[in-house]
Design a binder for this molecule. Structure first.
Ligand code: ADP
Length: 415
């Protein structure tokens, strides 16, 4: 096995796995740290944790657990994946996890690079841009858990690390792998342990990828993964191939993002069979899940059915005011997860799920431990196939991803 990855959240793990698969590496994503070694014949594995915003000591412990499991498989290189907006606080978790992994791997230098130009994330002179603005001027400024108010990543990472942080400047990246390697040697001689790497294009990521081929540990967003497959064996053109999907089709949507609202509206406007779930009705304790499944069963053979709690902000706020934010969210997540399980028991074998938290709840309810990554539907969202047990094709879409016709297009992409 070539590349062993640790991702600090679930949909971020899928994003990374998708980039590796597109680069020709056969990739499996696991849900947490598996109990058994992996038996699949693959090139890369992404262990998906939920460690982005938990206390730093817990994030370190979980990441080291994941590393221990990865080390059972003798990977050539280890990749620690975080968000392309470098989501973290001065307490961590990017710095502490990086240093713990370096120590466990006996490695004296690594890079840190959240750049993903295709998604509008670029790093120049150590400063992270989101689209046209500095990170500190972007919406991330007011993130509830990890507000990012400094775009200078050398400074941001230094606040989280004991070891010295440096910069691999754009001028060296642009000159290519040899110049990058020379810069790394100079930084190491100065006692630098980790360096922010500039990158503003896919070409930069390819050069950077080449230059870090012999680093034991790479830390990055999902973008740097574009430049790594070239270092390993010949890319496999069939890396995205999945076994043919079986069973009927369904969609479960718990995301209330702008994009998902548009996707639900588009599906319904085009005559799709859809049933709304209302948190207030769920709270009243009516047997809504059973009724919903009874409604769906006779229609499954005819085409995809959609269950959605997706609603406009005013409706969401009204439900939250009455039930509390956490309770409203939990009611919906539990109901959608039970519906997903009921659908699979009724013969659904191809399931689209919209929403990051919703996806986590569904995957857990289905008892899925690992996913083989398949063809991309829209940027950042591939089809996947569950590994072990009865195979189910799953597309797990984080809220704002996907074009308006995602719910219909998805099934056309699946063999
Ligand atoms: P996204 O990826 O768009 O953030 P998530 O699934 O991660 O989507 O989060 C959406 C959250 O909103 C979930 O906890 C879900 O249960 C909750 N939710 C979904 N629909 C409603 C609704 N109609 N009212 C209140 N909360 C809702």
């Amino acid at each position: 096995m070539l590349l062993g990855c640790i991702a600090d959240d679930f949909t971020g793990a899928t994003d990374l796995a998708n980039n590796l698969t597109r680069g020709g590496m056969r990739t499996v994503q696991t849900v947490g740290v598996p109990r058994q070694p992996l038996r699949e014949d693959v090139d890369a594995v992404v262990v998906a944790l939920k460690s982005r915003t938990i206390p730093a000591a817990d994030a370190v412990a979980q990441s080291l657990d994941a590393l221990k499991w990865l080390q059972l498989h003798d990977f050539k290189q280890i990749y620690f994946k975080y968000c392309s907006t470098f989501d973290s606080t001065p307490a961590g978790n990017i710095g502490p996890v990086t240093e713990a992994l370096m120590q466990a791997l006996g490695c004296d230098f690594t890079i840190a690079c959240p750049a993903f130009p295709e998604a509008g994330r670029t790093v120049f002179k150590g400063h992270l841009f989101v689209g046209d603005v500095l990170l500190s001027d972007s919406g991330m400024r007011d993130h509830p858990l990890t507000p990012m108010r400094d775009a200078n990543l050398v400074r941001v990472l230094q606040a989280q690390m004991k070891g010295k942080v440096g910069l691999i400047d754009f001028a060296d990246v642009a000159r290519g792998p040899r110049a990058i390697r020379a810069r790394i040697a100079a930084l190491k001689a100065e006692g630098v342990k980790a360096a922010i790497a500039d990158a503003i294009s896919n070409d930069d990521l390819m050069k950077l990828g080449r230059a870090v081929s012999d680093l034991r540990l790479v830390t990055a967003g999902s973008g740097v993964a574009i430049g790594l497959p070239q270092n390993f064996a010949t890319p496999d053109a069939a890396a995205t191939a999945l076994p043919p999907a079986n069973g009927s089709r369904a969609i479960v949507s718990g995301s209330c993002s702008v994009a998902t609202n548009a996707q639900v509206a588009h599906f319904i406007a085009n005559g799709g069979a859809a049933r709304a779930l209302d948190p207030l009705q769920l709270a009243a304790g009516a047997a809504e899940v059973e009724r919903a499944l009874a409604w769906a069963r006779p229609q499954l053979a005819a085409g995809p059915v959609l269950f959605y709690s997706t609603a406009a902000p005013a409706a969401v706020q009204a439900a939250q005011a009455q039930l509390g934010v956490a309770q409203a969210g939990k009611l919906i997540e539990d109901a959608l997860a039970q519906i997903a399980r009921g659908l699979v028991e009724s013969g659904v074998g191809q399931l689209v799920v919209a929403g990051g938290e919703t996806s986590g709840a569904v995957v857990q309810a289905l008892g899925i431990e690992a996913l083989r990554i398949g063809p991309q539907i829209d940027p950042g969202v591939p089809w996947t196939m569950s590994v072990g047990g009865k195979p189910i094709a799953l597309a797990l879409k984080s809220g704002n991803f996907g074009a308006e016709d995602f719910f219909t297009k998805a099934f056309q992409v699946l063999p």
